[in-house]
Design a protein around this ligand. Structure first.
Ligand SMILES: [Mg+2]
Length: 161
């Protein structure tokens, strides 16, 4: 139930060619520590290039973030992708809003995020969406996130490869 379908060190390590070949046409992307470091405001060149490639390949994209509205919306607008802020992951409602925004069936959507108990669990609760778990960009974050990471190490001891 809890394991992700795949692991990737960083978002830009996720192969868009492979996802495309697998029939994936939409991407739901976590913001903090997946696309952008928790305390960062500037996107890494690798991630800008990855998003640009995804646009070129025709992927539809939507951010789904537990973070507040202005931060998530500013970044989504800059990248010209959809945005669901204040998503309350792992509750599935934010993912459902993102699916509606993408207008794609569940079988054609992959979720990329750095947290097992928000991104992966939420994606599973939203009808078993395909999931890719990344390593967090930064290790300093909210106390609640640190607690989740502690639990992740217990549930997924083989995560760091
Ligand atoms: Mg995150």
């Amino acid at each position: 139930m809890l394991g992700p379908n795949r692991f990737a060190p960083r978002l830009h390590d996720v192969s868009l060619a492979e996802l495309s070949e697998a029939g994936i046409r939409g991407l739901i992307i976590d913001l903090d520590n997946t696309l952008l470091g928790f305390r960062e405001t500037e996107l890494a060149a690798e991630h800008l290039a990855w998003i640009a490639e995804a646009h070129d390949r025709g992927f539809l994209m939507c951010l789904v973030s537990n973070n507040f509205e202005p931060r998530a919306r500013t970044i989504a607008a800059r990248l010209k992708i959809g945005c669901v802020p204040n998503a309350l992951k792992p509750l599935p409602f934010g993912f459902m809003r993102a699916l509606k925004h993408l207008g794609l069936p569940r079988s054609q959507v992959a979720v990329v995020g750095d947290q097992l108990f928000t991104d992966v669990l939420g994606a599973k609760l939203c009808g078993n969406l395909y999931t890719i778990l990344t390593e967090p960009i930064e290790t300093h974050d909210f106390a609640i996130t640190r607690m989740f990471r502690f639990l992740e190490r217990i549930v997924l001891p083989g995560r760091r490869r």
